[in-house]
Structure formats: structure tokens, C-alpha cells
Ligand binder design. Sequence first.
Ligand code: 26M
Length: 819
Amino acid sequence: NGVQKPEPRLNDPDTLARQIVEKLTYSIGKNPASARKYDWLRATTLAVRDRIIDHWFESADRFAEEGGKRVCYLSMEFLIGRMLRDAINNLGLTEPVREALARYGVELDMIELLEPDAALGNGGLGRLAACFMESMASTGVPGYGYGIRYVHGFFRQEIADGAQVELPENWLVHGNPWEFERRNASYEIGFGGKVSMIQEAGRPARQVWRPAERVLAVAYDTPMVGWRGRQVNTLRLWSAQALDPILLDAFNSGDHIGALVESNKAEAITRVLYPADSHQAGQELRLRQEYFFSSASLQDIIRRHLEENDNLSNLADKVAIQLNDTHPAVSVAELMRLLVDVHGFGWDEAWTITRATFSYTNHTLLPEALEHWPIHLFERLLPRQMQIIYAINAGIIREAAQEHGYDDGQVAAISLIDEGNGRRVRMGQLAFVGSHAVNGVSALHTDLMKQTVFRDLHELYPDRIQNKTNGVTPRRWLMEANPGLTGLITEAIGPGFLDDIEKIIEIDDLADDAAFRERFAAIKRQNKERLANVIGERMATSVDPSAIFDIQVKRIHEYKRQFLNIIEAIALYDQIRSHPERNWTPRVKIFAGKAAPSYVQAKEIIHLANDVGRVINADPAVRDLLKVVFIPNYNVSLAEIIMPAADLSEQISTAGLEASGTGNMKFALNGALTIGTLDGANVEMLEHVGEDNIFIFGLTASEVAQRRREAHSGRSIIDNEPMLREALDAISSGLFCPDSPSRFHSLVSNLYNNDWWMICADFKAYWDTQRTLDDLYTRQDEWQAKAVHNTARMGWFSSDRSIREYARDIWKAGPGQAG
Ligand code: 26M
């Protein structure tokens, strides 16, 4: 594109110091003497950003030159966290920048903390998208993230009198130096209106959609730096704007407020992230968000394709579009509309292109989380897309009936329209039939997909479902979060593992080396001290770093069973008080996580954790033997402090319910032992670390399914298990909430009457396994050896491995692919 290859920039501290001060002076208008910490952050970010832009152009030029296949990752969420440390680390600038700043008495580690988290996601799904963006850039895949530029990301959580309070998040208030507005990349997005058939002379009849409303989607690009800065990819986030920001005629006629109504309505689309990760929201605004970013992304993809190709018939050879869950599933109908209505393709060819272009990742089997939209809403908002969905459905049903002899019942099962409780569009089915590949996120989850939600479609298209087990990026989750451990491993085996994380297996034998184990344990100890300081500062609770740090951090959900963990804490409390003479291993139980604002039971669980902590932590009878802490406002930045500080990782979901988990991988990579069920990726972690190095308990997925069929309830288990009964009695008695003793009655009565999540069923096995761990912790040599094995054997759980599998099996794109 005629851009000169930029001068190579020097990575010495002198050059960096000069460039940072230049930014401070000419972009911020401060001198080193008057600059505040925030100014230094901004100046450093801008100086680093210049270097990123050089690599960014190089990558863009290379993709254009090579003409290879691009990968577009469509996701409603990208839970990135802070960006500066990640960028500096991947550019190999950490030490030079640290030194450059130190010359002015500025600490890199201090100013980094001033950057707000980009919290454009709820949890696992959004964080996976962020790890995948980093891994695509690191493994050489030409990856483009597409999503929404929410003005308000995931809410900030405070705890008031033990209960969750949600506060608005405002990450953009001070501006965002990482993003570039691209006014030239903007598209009109329509809503509502009518569809009519038009017949022009000499052309086949076609449908024309005349939307009643139009909104502008404006692109904001953020560079995504890969490892060693070799490649920089783009995350393109869409922001909604009114086409006519103030209606001038209304304004001129004196209706100053009325003139703003349209722009407020338009801009509302990208105002806020929906904070639910387990129940379908069902609001019109959510469907507007989904269509808005799907349509903008597809228009952008098509425009670029037509800049580089004669027409769209080879679209699938040049782009792979991955749908991150069903949130962008309306894209299937929208691409069909663009191909057929706008670009004049025949239906069959358009359908072939569409299917060859899309692939879809499923992240949940929970029925209450599956997206399905009422037909009347869909029809009113997206009338043409609704017609297209009916037409797709007719084709699928015809194929099933004619070629496979499906009867009415089987047809109803695969239909895109749920005729049951009010007619609805099933977004999972739409994503499935519109894709050539559909994947689950762990081996077990993929199996269960075939047996449950997609049973019938799997029968019809038996080659479509495949597994792609999740991974996490070792740059953020090991190198950046745990520089101490990274340094130790580098000393022991050299830096090769930084470029190929599976080489980390080379420390496996050092589990038998007492000197290495001691250094490994010393680093863990430092990381625990750092977390203890955070807990001390934020919550005025003191915890002893020599105790087991037993940590469960994740979204709060009944299936994740934080409740089971709290009940075990209460039972332990009871036992310590009853048997103070026994040799208890000191434990700190740490919780963090957010509840969806409308999820009553999840909020009660947060309340219980806080109430229990208040009572136990104040009881002199247990002293330092047991503490229970709930750290508010769990986010990516807090996770970076927590993961390296854990001895024990709690991965205790009801078997069959957690699609994969990724926190499980971050903990184990940092040397935590796992206590967990045979669920999600825990199953594969067991295979990789070996059964001596992970602590598995509880019912299996098929046993859970069996018990549910038998209408299992907790009552008889509780009656026969005194520790469980006493813990539940303590909760019911109001011991932890004397001001409002009935606060947790419904939580407890659910266990007696139903125990849907198998908390009672798994309690004893969980308790016993915890006591085994208590005992093991007293034999530090053994414990630390297992910890080393965990770190050594987690290389496979890198998102680099996940991305290479997607690239090879689904996208046919990236290094070593013909495309
Ligand atoms: C849906 C409709 C309306 C509003 C919000 C949603 C919604 C948003 C996020 C639903 C689900 C969302 O996320 C689900 C999620 O995070 N799933 C997790 O995905 C991880 C990555 O694959 C897995 O590791 C976890 O097991 C899985 O729970």
C-alpha cells in the first residue's frame, strides 16, 4: 500500500526514555517534573503504541500480499483486562521500559495499575475470546476479532452488609489510547419496516427490505500484539451512532429534546454489556445488539473481500467466520440476505457459501441459557431475516423428510422453530445448520452435545460436531501474572518454553529435586503474601500465608456449587470447634465472583459466603485454623494476582454442567492442585497430570443424569450425614445472619426437597477429599512435587494449541494451510 517500511526502533532504555518523555511533552503537555502517575501511564502507552503500529502495518501488508484465508472471530464479548503489560511483554520491552521509567523515579508496576480493565465480557466465554485473539496473533493466524464497543463494560461489584451491589463501570471516561476510530469503516444497520417483492424488467423477482429505522455502526480498532511482536492483529469493535445525530428540523423548530431522541435510541444499542451469563435475557435491546454487530461485521467482511476479489463466490476460500456461541447466530440469516437480496446470488449457491464460511462454538448445555427468540419480536425487528429463517428451515426439513425419512416428531426436534411454548426461533439450531463445523469446548462437553441438545441434528449431520478443548494464553497467565515462576523455569530449562509452551514439561523431573521444589515453593509463598496483602488492604482481614490457600473464583452459579464449598467450610468450622485438640491444617477459603443482577439464588450464595466469613473470622475458637474471605469485584486484573497465589483450585461443578472451565487451567499452570469433579476440561487435566496429581471426587455426569431421572432429593442423605445436617442446621438457625435469621431458608430447603445440583449427593466425597488434602499439605515435599507436576504438564492447555486445532480442522487457515 505504498507505506514505507518503518525504521527499526531501538529497544534500549535510553531510546525508550527519550520517546516516553517526548510523548509526555508534546502529546500530554507535561514535563517530567510536573507529570502525575497517570500522565506517565499515558506517555508510556503512547510510546509503546507507536512500536505496535509499525508491526500492525507490517502484518496488514503481509496478509494482503499473501492473499491467504482470514479468520473472523465474531463474539459479543472480549474480556481483555489491562493491555499495557501484555503489549510490553509480547514486544520484549518489559525490562527496558522498567529501566527507562526508573530514571524518572517512576515504577512501571505502579503505573500499570492505573489502566482500567477492558471488561467487555461476563466470564469464561469472553475471556476465551481474548485468549484466542492473543494466540491467533502469536501463532501467525490472520485473525480479526469483531465485537461491540460497550460504553459500560461488566458492572463493578461492591459488597454492602454482605450483599452484592452493582455499580456502573466506565472504562472510557479518561479516553482509550488503545483504540482508533475508523470513520471510513461505517455501515448502516436497519431495523423493522417492511419487505416487499419487486419485479424489474428482465430480472428475476426479488425481495426488498425497507427498514423503518437505520443506525450507523462505526468501527474502533484495537491492535492485538502477538508473542515477540511478530504479528499484530485487529480487534474491531462497533459503536452505534444516529445517522442524523440531531434532527435539525426538530431542533430548529425549538424541540431541543425531541431532536436528541433518535440519537439516544441509536446509541443505546452499544451502551451496556448484558451481565447475564446463564439465563437468556430476552430483551429487545439484546436482539438489537446481536443483529447490529453481526450485520456490521458481515458488511465489513464483504466490503474487504470485494476490494480484493471480483465477486463473492469464493468468499469461503478467503474467510472463515467463527461464531462464538449463538450470540452472533443471526449472521447466518444476514449473510444469506446480503448474498441473495443485495448481491444477486441464487438461493442454493448462497447457502453453499454461507455454510462453507461459518462455523459455530457451543459453550453451554444448560437449557435456561439456550437462546430462543419469540417469533413476533424477531419478525417485527428483522422481518426479512425471519423470512430467510423460514426458508432455511423448509430446506432442512425437506432434506430430513425426503432423504432420511424423518417423521413429524423427528422434524419437530430439528426444526429451527420451537412450536412449544409460544413460537420461537432456536438460535442454536440456526447456528448449527448454517455452519460446516460445530464444536464443543472439552471432550466431555462435545460428547454430551451429541447426546443432548444436538442429538437429532447430530444424527442428521453426523460429521459436523467436533471437539476443540479450550486453552489459556501462557503469556498473560504465566509470564505476566507470575514473573517469579517464569524466571525460575527459565533458569532451570532455558527460555525455549517461552516460544513453545509444551517444552515446560522439561521441569517435570525436577519435581524430585529438593532444591528446585524449595525454590518453587518459595515463589508460591511470595505470591501468597502478595494476595494476603491485597486481602488485608481491601477487606481489613488478615490471613496467614502459611495456610492452604483454597480458592474458588468464577461467576456465581448454582451449577458451579460455591454453596457446596461454603457448606464444607461450615462443617469444618463445626469440627474444629468440637475437636480443638486435633491437628487441623490451617486453611484460608477464598471466594470471588459476580452474580447476574437478577439471579436471586446466586446473590444469596454471595450473601452466605460473606455472612459465614464474618462469623468464622471473628471467632477466637478457630483462630488461624480457618478463614473465609469473599474478595469483591473479581475481574481479569484480580485473577492475575489470585491464580499464582493458590495452593488449591476448586473446580467442583455438578458433573455434566461445566462446558470446559478455563480457570482450572490457569490455576494448575501456576502450580495449584485441583480438587474437582469429572466435568469439563477437568477430565482432560486428569489425563495430562495423572491421577496422583489431581483430586477428583463425586458423581460422574451419567450418574448425575441417572439420579435426576430417579427424582433424587437431599432429605435422606442429610438425615444420614450428621456433618452435613449440622452445617445446614447452623445456616437455618440464623447463626450467620442473626439480624435476619430466615435469610437462607429457601437455599437450604431446596437441598431437602430437590438437591438438583447434587450438593448433598456429593458432600461426603468432597469432605473426605478435602481431608486427604489437609493431610497431604503437612507433607510439603509431596505437595510441592505434585504442584511441579501440574505446572510441567499443563503445556497442552495453551490456547496456542486450541488455535492451531481450529486453524487446521475448521478454518483451514494460518501457517501451513494451503488456503
Ligand atoms: C446470553 C443471552 C443474553 C445475555 C447474555 C448471554 C450470555 C452471555 C455470556 C450467555 C452466556 C455467556 O457466557 C457463557 C460462558 O461464559 N460459558 C463458559 O464458556 C467458557 C469458555 O468456553 C467455558 O470454559 C465455561 O465452562 C462456560 O461456562
